[in-house]
Write a protein that binds this ligand. Sequence first.
Ligand code: PEP
Ligand code: MG
Length: 790
Amino acid sequence: MADATQRLALIENISSVAGSVSELREALDAVVKAIATGLETEVCSLYLLDPNQKKLFLRATVGLSRDSVGKVSMHVNEGLVGLVIETMAPVAVLDAISHPRYKYFPETGEERYHSFLGVPVLSNGSEPLGVLVLQTLRKRKFSATEIRLVKTAASQLAQMMTHFRLRETLLTKEKERDEYRRRMIEANRQLKDYEKVGGQTRLKTPVKIRRPRLVGLAAAPGFGHGVAHLVGAFFNTINVNLRTDDPEAELRRLDEGLRHSRTELDALRARMATLMPESELKIFDAHRLILEDDEFIGRIRASIEAGYSAESALFRAIDELSTTLLAMADGYLRERASDFRDVGHRLLRHLRRDDTRAPFTRPTILVAEELTISHLTLLSHQNLVGIALQSGGATSHASILARSFEIPTVVGIEHLMASVSEGDDLVLDGNTGVLYIKPAVDIEREYDRLAQQYADFRQALNAKTTEHAITPDGHRVHILANIALQADVQMALRYGAEGIGLFRSEFSFLTYEDFPDESEQVALYSRLLGPLGDRPVTIRTLDIGADKYPSYMRVPREDNPFLGWRSIRVSLEMPAIFKPQLRAILRAAARHNVRVLFPMISSLEELRQARELLSEAQDELFREGIEHNPGIRVGAMIEVPAAVWLAPQLIQEVDFFSIGTNDLIQYLLAADRNNPKVAQLYEPLHPAVLQAVSHVYNVGRQAGKEVCICGEMASDPMATLVLIGMGLTELSLSPLFIPVVREIVRKVDFKTASLIAHDVLEMATVQKIKGYLIERYRDLDLINLVEMYR
Ligand code: PEP
Ligand code: MG
């Protein structure tokens, strides 16, 4: 009976029940009723577990005698209900009375019922809260679909109970906190944190800790001078004390913001329902519950009625709730703080009618804890002269994107958010990774001079874009560009790229409102390929996950996202997304010089599965008579250590390799590419990295196949001589660095580069390798060139 419509109706019913009642007991009654109706059973009951007594108590029912609620209980090793907890799995019995575990409770009047289905109610997917039981008068075999549906209902129920539990805990904690605050005020008074102003005692205004010069990691070269604009830092951009004269208008604004937020969330959930398992959709329900929660909304309303603006009131509610939650011992409840903040962001956006595309009116430097890639792609670039981030590493995707936008960027700046205020005058040095806050006039002057010098230097290098990268002794190197967005093509051509060695297709996906379908992608790739003529282009299939998720894709929380559900793993699990991309690439390749590249390959099985889907796509297009390239060249990225070891086997099944050092380094050296704390360990010139790159290149060369390097290491002028000396002839890099890398290739004989590569491959420490390279670059009179970019 449980068809898709009924299933949806039941789930929606449960959600709406949860939002409409204020007492847990009432909610449980309504939910068991909704389930009994939805599944057409005579009985639906909920037994809750008391973990201390190891007993299950009947807490809500339709069908059994209501008088037995609260009275009937059983030990977990008793009855069919206990069996569900013992096995932690659904128990379905056609004729319960004849089952050896059947236990009869005369007060329930259940002797009339035959079939039994019990499903555990699990909090967080593992901690048992109780058992949901269905019983029927007639003998009925519950289908697998029905059992799945009851499991979904049980998980919704668990979430609802957690929500109510949370609310109760909050109220208690709040009382404790008020008391704690009162005592702290008293203590602070004694510690002289208070000052007398006009006869009144008040808390001294907290001052930002000023650090005039902060150091981080240089992520995109260039200099920026402008005013600070704090982004996404919810707590930094709201004036907490903004008052209103018109609370009625603010309340209306709040209602409208809530309405928009709910509609947005519902639309998002509906879209995601086709793409992700039901269990992952719970997060939308949790956020929806918050947006309907009387307690939460009541707090905001109360603040508005007390004279605060809607934003200030929202801030206060979120701050209070998340502070309370963060102080709790229960890890699960602590995590809920981020849900509140997440919902707060959504609501704030609607209250402010935020338009991230609005251009800046004067030179501006964005300052943020972290900038999501979706945010970065949506941002207006007019007057955006720099980006400063507290988090991130030089090869994190936000940095890569900043480079492709040519916006000077410094990342991994400790204390950034505590040091900069909205509107502060800033100077940012993307070459050495320094940020000056309210700099002295002489620093400003010096930087304006440096910026000019840098611009002249780049102009001189860029003037040589038509020259090929050939060493003085005639060795040809191909310099290609890594691009993320279609707009990068112009930049790549401007800097003289011979083609595109890596098109990170997922970035374009981030700019859509939903996954683009096949025809949208065909149009996208055609727009991209048009200006490139017959230059070679490598399109990498979707590499989403870790730090790159489209905003429309809700993803599971993972403890180690870079070791988790990302890249080819996502694509192989979502053929509904992957196949249209492969079809679109094959179609685009009919008229252009395109090859396809699979990211994050870590086994032959993955490569074969991806190739299998590619063949299916080819067969389909052939059958449908759609123009495509059946002989497209196929490559694997080598960016996981397993692939380095498997290179001899992998090369037999592909046409080329592309070495992705950004990931390869982080996996080889166990140093997160985004974490500034381990930035000094993330070292492209580590001997293990050089050995791995050289090995992969040799495997490819011996098999007569092409090997390209497309990680950011290829953009590092200090690595250029080592890479070409190893034999690599295809370097794909950030367009910005093409002029300097080409200049280095043109200045040094291949013979010299080979000797350099040979020497460093013999060395066992980073220190030795770097020291040696600095010496050699100095001898070759290249050190200035390199330093301009480092
Ligand atoms: C890499 O890992 O080196 C690479 C080129 O891929 P991405 O930076 O997009 O992960
Ligand atoms: Mg990668």
